[in-house]
Design a protein around this ligand. Structure first.
Ligand code: A3P
Length: 320
């Protein structure tokens, strides 16, 4: 069966037998594991990372719902934290020759994937890692150190469209894609990788309100709206604010430009390479716009998702 093909550990196979499952977006099944929906391979890697990963002081974890701006955030944080090591205007900057996912690895897709248990003490400091798991599943790995979390989310309408299109592009050839109506209903029911999306957002949102020095909560739309302001905020949060001198020299704008959608999309490495599993990097750069959902969703779908958002996020202070 599917589980055998994936070379899962005995522990993981046993666990899967006990979990509720639903049809997946690009795998036959996703399973409800500790309150969120995941693919078998992800569950195996998450079990391992929860057992072995302890962030060091100074490390940074980037957390996102898939398709919310992960690639962008990885590029920005990498560029900011390494700006002395790698000057932004250098024509050999790592972001010009590597995809952001190669520079900032996912805990569950890279570091702890395929039963690896790497020795992270040799990893360059500060370590920058990424994850899609909800806050409750990552907190034990980060709370014992001064590691900080940067979270980015995006309005659910665009995130849904981005997810649906991405899954239909990267899904296995012999695996039928979901129709937009099927995918939409699953999204609204919370049955999507790392969903329900509202629980994911609220977990990090609440933590950012209670411990603003530990968790920075960003929105894709806000970054698009005023990148300079938000890069200053981000650098300050990370403990390496842009000096007056750097601001005068236009360094903040250089970070924004280097990491911009247009710049990254057109690099050779992002047109032809593969950074995560077998996905082609080019699928990570689609439109990069706000509001593309108007081209796909019917009025009744819009109404349905609005209601879900009102019901689940209303009163939390988190708005889109
Ligand atoms: P669209 O599908 O709406 O174009 P993730 O990186 O979390 O997978 O999110 C992917 C979304 O972010 C895609 O949205 C993609 O085009 C957009 N994106 C990728 N790189 C970006 C960048 N540098 N700036 C802004 N948006 C970017």
């Amino acid at each position: 069966g599917e589980e055998d093909d994936l070379k899962l550990t005995h522990e993981c196979k046993e666990l899967l037998l006990s979990l509720p499952k639903e049809r997946g977006w690009r795998t036959p099944y996703i399973y409800r594991f500790q309150g969120f929906w995941c693919q078998p391979k992800e569950i195996q890697a998450i079990l391992s990372f929860r057992k072995h990963f302890q962030a060091r002081n100074g490390d940074v974890v980037l957390a996102t719902v898939p398709k919310s701006g992960t690639t962008w955030l990885k590029a920005l944080v990498f560029a900011i934290l390494n700006r002395n090591l790698y000057p932004l205007n250098s024509n050999s900057h790592p972001l010009l020759v590597s995809n952001p996912h190669d520079l900032v690895p996912f805990l569950e897709y890279k570091i702890y994937a395929n039963n690896q248990i790497p020795d992270l003490s040799k990893f360059p400091e500060p370590g920058i890692f990424a994850t899609h798991v909800p806050f409750a599943a990552v907190k034990e790995s980060i709370n014992k150190s001064s590691c900080k979390i940067v979270y980015i989310c995006r309005n659910p309408f665009d995130t849904f469209i981005s997810s649906w299109i991405f899954c239909s592009k990267i899904g296995a050839e012999n695996f039928p894609s979901l129709s937009i109506e099927e995918a939409f209903n699953m999204y609204c029911n919370g049955t999507i990788g790392f969903g329900p999306f509202w629980e994911h957002m609220l977990g990090y949102w609440k933590e950012s309100q209670e411990r603003p020095e530990k968790v920075l909560f960003l929105k894709y739309e806000d970054l698009k709206g005023d990148i300079t302001f938000h890069l200053n905020k981000l650098a300050k949060f990370l403990g390496c604010p842009f000096s007056m001198e750097e601001q005068k020299q236009g360094i903040v704008e250089e970070v924004a430009k280097l990491c911009s959608f247009e710049n990254l999309k057109n690099l050779e490495v992002n047109k032809t390479g593969k950074a995560i599993m077998n996905f082609e990097n080019r699928h990570l750069f689609r439109k990069g716009e706000i509001g593309d959902w108007v081209n796909y969703l019917s009025p009744s779908m819009v109404e349905q998702l609005k209601q879900v958002m009102e019901e689940k996020l209303g009163g939390s202070g988190l708005e889109f």
